[in-house]
Ligand binder design. Structure first.
Ligand code: 4AD
Ligand code: MG
Length: 473
């Protein structure tokens, strides 16, 4: 038998098959020394044909930068165009240009997949606006901006997992299909089987009960916090909000954490702030070039602002203070600010501006505005609950969280009034069997990306946006 290490190599040598080392573009660009036989695969970002020399730029998604290929013009073929998929083999050498560390001197160029440039919606060397590439969800990932975004998104995802794992949280896969409406806001997508499946089934409901796509993993996380103390989940959530706004999606990703033995809203806010700062610092240091693209072309002042924000504590105001600030504002709002009414986008915007364009926690909201699970502050008859929203400049609400009502009698009476006692028996059980003070929060992942990158529209920070009247692909 051939050994895994020496065997195959030895066989190749015997058969004298010249196999060049396959490198990703990022590896080739970062190589410290020249290499004789290198193979790079990717898509052509530019072709420049001169009399004596042919220049190509190859990108394979491993970095924002493309690798420069220098070739003899005789290697040019009709199929070698912008957008085509190629495999180039040759020598990796130090580049004489200061802009790039290494370049590839091609010996062979093989067009793996030609590209019909006349109908290809992306054009060479054009900086396409985000609105334009949004029309092509199947192709826009080959554009620099979306490429950078998706690499940042991937690093931020890893950063979020690391943050929680490093701090002793257990990751839980909360279900996507659920039989409850956590937020009670009636923004549920109901699940039904297809007509064919229905015809062959005896039951009208596949699950015997109505089932929905989850709006939040919180209630399932609360179950788990009752055994693991600190837990988190990070998955897709769904809301049938009939909104085409620049900060709402029908399918979005939410990071949620739940902490047992927590009596203070401050502790929850601390985790929110630490999560934000740690993940942002990681992303800034791990993807400097990709981030630079956004901070140079999309939101020029964002870099400095973020650096400042990372250095300072987030502000905290109460809901009542917020309403007072709004009432005294020199501007008139479409929705008149009034204690007991929800904060509207225009109000959030004003509050953030009033506080100096920094992240602001708003705490202790009116009891009647918030879902049944939030803890009564007992500052009057059902006056306020221990809720917190984190508002950030340009985006508005980034996180929502609260202490949960862990006291059985309080929860029982609230559920009874809402007529939800039967549906939430299991949730009441959690308060009967070793209930502890606990709380948690959820952060909208797309809104997080929007904020750190300064991207105006949420549809540009998710690979395949879903919103009302649109589910392309
Ligand atoms: O404030 P929300 O509704 O909180 C909850 O669902 C809690 N159960 C979370 C928890 O405590 N575990 O949603 C949390 C965040 C919002 O602050 C917002 O950033 C984001 O989710 N979000 C949306 N993002 C994009 N599109 C939508 N339609 C969103 N709705 C909420
Ligand atoms: Mg909310």
């Amino acid at each position: 038998m051939l050994g895994a290490r020496g065997g195959w190599r030895a066989l190749r040598r015997c058969a004298s098959l010249p196999r060049a080392v396959r490198l990703r573009v990022r590896e080739a660009l970062g190589a410290r020394e020249a290499a004789e036989a290198v193979r790079v695969q990717g898509w052509v970002r530019s072709v420049r044909s001169q009399k004596e020399v042919l220049f190509l730029h190859i990108n394979d998604g491993s970095s924002l930068e493309s690798l420069q290929v220098v070739a003899d013009p005789s290697l040019e073929t009709r199929d070698l165009t912008f957008g085509s998929a190629v495999e180039v083999q040759g020598k990796l050498v130090k580049s004489p240009h200061r802009m790039q560390n290494m370049e590839l001197q091609a010996e062979t160029i093989h067009v793996v997949g030609p590209c019909d440039i006349w109908s290809f919606p992306l054009k060479m060397k054009e900086r396409h606006p985000l609105e334009y590439v949004r029309q092509f969800p199947h192709l826009r990932c080959r554009n620099n901006t979306l490429g950078a975004l998706l690499r940042i998104r991937s690093e931020a995802t890893a950063g979020i997992h690391s943050f929680f794992q490093d701090n002793g949280y257990v990751h839980i896969h909360t279900p996507i299909i659920t039989s409850n409406d956590c937020e009670g806001a009636g923004e549920l997508f109901q699940i039904e089987t297809s007509r064919e499946a229905k015809e062959s089934a005896e039951n009208t409901h596949f699950f015997n009960v109505p089932a929905f796509l989850t709006v939040s993993g919180q209630l399932h996380l609360e179950v788990m916090a009752g055994a693991f103390t600190h837990v988190f989940t990070f998955g897709p959530t769904f809301r049938a909000e009939n909104s085409q706004s620049r900060r709402h999606l029908a399918e979005f990703y939410m990071v949620e954490a739940e902490l047992s033995f927590t009596e203070n809203l401050q502790d929850i806010m601390q985790v929110m702030e630490d999560l934000f700062k740690t993940v942002t610092s990681t992303v800034l240091s791990k993807c400097p070039r990709d981030i630079e693209l956004f901070h140079k072309y999309i939101a020029p002042a964002q870099k400095g602002r973020l650096e400042q924000i990372l250095k300072h504590k987030f502000m905290i105001i109460s809901y009542s203070e917020a309403v007072e600030i709004l009432k005294q504002a020199p501007q008139t709002f479409t929705f008149k600010p009034e204690w007991g009414c929800d904060l509207q986008t225009e109000h959030e915007k004003y509050l953030v501006k009033h506080c100096g364009e920094v992240p602001v926690f708003v705490v202790n909201y009116p009891y009647d505005l918030k879902p049944f699970y939030m803890r009564d502050n007992e500052d009057g008859p059902e006056h306020t609950v221990a809720a917190v929203d984190l508002l950030v400049p340009g985006v508005g609400e980034l996180c929502g969280g609260s202490l949960r009502e862990e006291r059985l009698p309080f929860l029982e009476s609230r559920l009874q009034r809402l007529g939800l006692t039967d549906a939430y028996q299991w949730y009441l059980d959690l308060r009967k069997f070793g209930s502890v003070p606990h709380g948690g929060f959820g952060m909208g992942f797309e809104r997080y990306l929007q904020y750190i990158l300064g991207v105006d529209n949420i549809k540009d920070v998710i690979p395949f946006p879903r919103f009302s009247h649109s589910c392309v692909l």
